[in-house]
Design a binder for this molecule. Structure first.
Ligand SMILES: [Ca+2]
Length: 159
């Protein structure tokens, strides 16, 4: 478990102006310092996943939730990369199951292909994180859609 003080220091360094919130370009460059290169669209999705107050930026509390998610993803990545620095597609499949993100095979390969920049079946940590964020966000959208549908129809599923 990461030390809350260390996380606070990191957050305050990124939020250099002391606004209490981190924007997506700020988060993008902060992650790049740690050798994690994400397109801005992925960073925006990352913020959106835990943007509890929906203001488009990341407060410290929201950052703690995101950090927890990233730690979980990195732990699974480390347990499967076996010193190579990347995961094979089979490893990614296993990793997603470990994270309880199960996809059927066609969807899985489509998602992997779109995030595997080298197209060599070698998925680096930042690519793996992008895949997890994509799958997690897709699941949230699906959940929100079904919730609103049930709400509109005033229907409660009986399970
Ligand atoms: Ca926010």
């Amino acid at each position: 478990m990461e030390n809350a003080v260390v996380l606070r220091e990191w957050f305050d360094r990124v939020d250099a102006a002391g606004t209490g919130n981190i924007t997506s370009p700020q988060l993008q460059s902060a992650l790049a310092v740690g050798n994690l290169d994400f397109p801005l669209s992925v960073v925006q999705q990352m913020i959106r996943m835990y943007d509890f107050d929906r203001n488009g930026t990341m407060s410290f509390e929201e950052f703690l939730a995101l950090n927890k998610f990233l730690q979980k993803v990195q732990t699974v990545f480390s347990s499967l990369e076996r010193g190579r620095g990347f995961l094979s597609l089979e490893d990614v499949y296993e990793a997603l199951i470990k994270l309880s993100f199960s996809l059927d095979s066609p969807a899985f390969y489509t998602v992997c292909e779109s995030f595997d920049k080298s197209k060599k079946g070698m998925v680096r940590l930042d690519e793996f994180i992008s895949i997890c964020i994509f799958v997690q966000s897709a699941r949230n959208v699906f959940r929100d859609l079904s919730l609103s549908k049930y709400h509109v129809l005033n229907f409660t599923p009986n399970y």
